[in-house]
Design a protein around this ligand. Structure first.
Ligand SMILES: *Cc1c(COP(=O)(O)O)cnc(C)c1O
Length: 368
């Protein structure tokens, strides 16, 4: 038997592949291609390659370091930096990516200079603000920005994009997506047919994309969460036909005891500045898993039925195992499903290796 480390993330690449294939197919029928967003996987080459096999047409990441990791694994597919480049990184950006999302002319000028120096062409997508108030050029200033990009050497204007539902939870809908299409049309009307990419948003756009409404000029969505977790982020509904357990977190018990439910002694703040409010009298089958806030977002873990998360400190996750008490001992493992923030944190914890499970193949560990 192969000894597996704990805690760990079990990544079922068959399920990852199924989720990607399903969404790529459904969106293709709507005229939309999928850019796979790797940022919540720290740029995992295994997951990226699985998505590419399933038909995603390119990869996007917000961190140049993740893109570098994938390039290092000989992934030569088109890559987009989906966060505005830092001025201090323009040379890496033109060297490692084909396209970047941009909102600042200062950065775009530096990208032009860097691309000239490297003797290459760098693609520019201009991000438009449509109400969520994160990144984006205000729509009335978009044409001016396009004109500036067109005037710079070694840049290729690729199109426009927008990002909703991230900072303010503004939902992608017929109205804001029509506005994005109208902006693409007005750029083409002013400069000729130059808008190639119209990137409508992220996993939060799926409800809109499958609603049957006209998708207009939108021909790309950037998907991370939906591919990995099988749910859409607006209402965290499960997407029909997708796996929600492609990635699970496994942790191990280090203590199981029947203890009073109520703490005793003089009560002040706990380690995280919270004052523990009164708990009911009685006893709890309390157990401790060797994982903590350093590795996960406790509110983002979905435990198996019958187990309840009670609290978490830096290195301890305290759960109520209820009637399962007799079936568990120190050393027993528990599997959790994760929401997006728990996934992000777990993927970036140096204490949690990702175990890639391939169908009928031996297990391979990615240690960092
Ligand atoms: C993170 C991110 C995405 C992907 O979001 P998901 O909700 O994981 O699909 C898309 N676009 C941008 C600009 C992002 O930062």
């Amino acid at each position: 038997m192969i000894h597996k480390p704990a805690p760990r993330l079990d990544v079922d690449l068959e399920k990852v592949h199924h989720n990607a294939l399903t969404l790529v197919d459904r969106l293709r029928k709507r005229g939309i291609a999928v850019t796979g967003v790797t940022k919540s996987t720290l740029g995992s080459p295994e997951i990226a390659k699985t998505w590419l096999r399933a038909g995603v047409h390119g990869l996007g990441d917000s961190r140049i370091e993740n893109i570098e990791r994938m390039r290092g694994s000989r992934i030569l597919t088109p890559m987009t930096l989906i966060r505005s480049p830092m001025l201090s990184q323009v040379d890496e950006v033109v060297a490692l990516t084909n396209v970047s999302f941009n909102t600042e002319i200062t950065v775009i000028r530096k990208l032009s200079a860097a691309a000239k120096k490297a003797d290459c062409i760098h693609g520019v997508v201009l991000m438009v603000e449509l109400g969520d108030l994160r990144e984006g050029i205000m729509p009335r200033l978009l044409k001016k920005a396009v004109r500036e990009v067109l005037g710079l050497s070694n840049l290729l204007f690729m199109g426009i994009g927008t990002n909703l539902a991230c900072r303010s939870g503004v939902s992608p809908n017929r109205k804001n997506m029509c506005e994005l299409s109208a902006l693409a049309n007005s750029i083409d009307a002013a400069f000729g047919p130059i808008v190639n990419t119209v990137s409508g948003g992220n996993s939060a756009n799926l409800d809109w994309a499958f609603s049957g409404t006209e998708v207009g000029r939108v021909n790309d969505l950037r998907l991370g969460e939906a591919l990995l977790l099988g749910c859409e982020p607006l209402h965290r509904k499960i997407i029909k036909g997708l796996h929600t357990s492609a990635i699970t977190l496994v942790a191990e018990f280090i203590e199981l005891k029947n203890k009073p439910s109520k703490p005793w002694g003089e009560i002040a703040q706990n380690a995280f500045g919270e004052v523990v409010t009164s708990r009911k009298q009685g006893f709890t089958n309390q157990a401790i898993l060797a994982i903590g806030r350093q590795d996960i977002e406790p509110d983002g873990l979905i435990p198996p039925a019958g187990i309840k998360i009670l609290a978490a400190s830096s290195d301890h996750l305290i759960v109520d195992v209820g009637n399962y008490h007799g079936m568990m001992t120190v050393g027993t493992e528990v599997s959790f499903q994760l929401n997006y923030s728990a996934l992000l944190r777990a993927m970036t914890s140096p204490f949690i290796p990702q175990i890639m499970q391939r169908p009928q193949m031996k297990l391979l560990t990615t240690k960092r």
